[in-house]
Design a protein around this ligand. Sequence first.
Ligand code: UTP
Length: 271
Amino acid sequence: MIKQAIIPLAGLGTRLLPLTSVFAKELLPINGKPGIEYILDECIDAGIKEVIFIISKKKEIIKKYFYNDLFYKKIIKKKNDQRVKKEYQKILKYKKIIKFVYQNKPLGTGDAVLKTKNLIKDSHFLMLLPDDLIIKNNCSKSMIKIHQKYKSSVMASMKVDKSTVSRWGIFKLKKNLDKNNSLIDDVIEKPSIHEAPSNKAVIGRYILPKKIFNLLINQKPGKGGEIHITDAIQSLIKNNETFIAHNFSGKYLDCGTMNGYIKSTLEIAKL
Ligand code: UTP
C-alpha cells in the first residue's frame, strides 16, 4: 500500500509574482479554500497516512498556517464562531499527518525530492505537485489502484496541445496495457516541438520507487540548470524500471499561472 505522500513547495513561484514575493501561492484561496487543502483532501481520500511538505525558509508561512491552532483556540473560546470551529478541527486533522523538511535553495524538483530520502519507509511513495489540481476524480486514488495491480511506478498523463510541449515532461509510449494505462519507453523534460516524441505530458501526480533516491544523489543539473525529477525517472526507465502512464479521468486545472489560477477558481465554483 502507498501510505506516504510528498509535496514539493519550495519553488519560487515566479510566474505569480509580485504576489509570491510576500505570500505562498499554495495558500491562495480557490473558492474560499487554500489550494493546498484540495491536495491534502485528495491524499486523505486516497488513504495516505503521512504527507511530507518540502518547504523553504521563504515559505514558512505554510507551516504557520497549520501550526496556528493556539490562536484559533483562543478565538473559539472568546467568540464561539461555528465556522472558525470547523476550520480549527480541519487544521488539526491536517496537522496530525504533515511533516516538514527544508530545501532552502531551489535547485529543482529532483533536489526537492531528495530532501525526503530519510523519511520514506516503503518501496513506493506518492508525489503531488500542488500547482496541478485535478477535480471530479481522485487521480491519486486511481493511480494507487494501478500501482497495486501492476506493482510498478505510475505517472499521471494528459494529451496537450503540440505547440505547448516545451512546457511539459513528454512521454514516448511503449505499449498499451488497457484503455487508460500504457507502458512508458521514454520521458523528456521540456522538449522542443521537434524533439517531442508525442503530445502526452506528465501531470503532477507520481508514484515513485524509493530507489529513485540513489539516482538523485549523483544527478547533474539538466535543462535550465535545474535538477529535474523527470531526468531521474528517465534514468530509472533506462535501467528497466517499469513506469506506467495513467491517462486520468477528471479535469486538470493549472494553478501556477495567474490565468490558470483565475480559471481554476471559476471551475471549482461551478462544482
Ligand atoms: P515549478 O518550477 O513548476 O514551479 O515547480 P515554481 O518554482 O513553484 O514556480 P515558477 O515556475 O517559478 O512560477 C513545480 C513544483 O516543484 C516545487 C515547486 O514549489 C512546485 O510545487 N519545487 C520546484 C521545489 O520544491 N523545489 C525546487 O527547487 C523547484
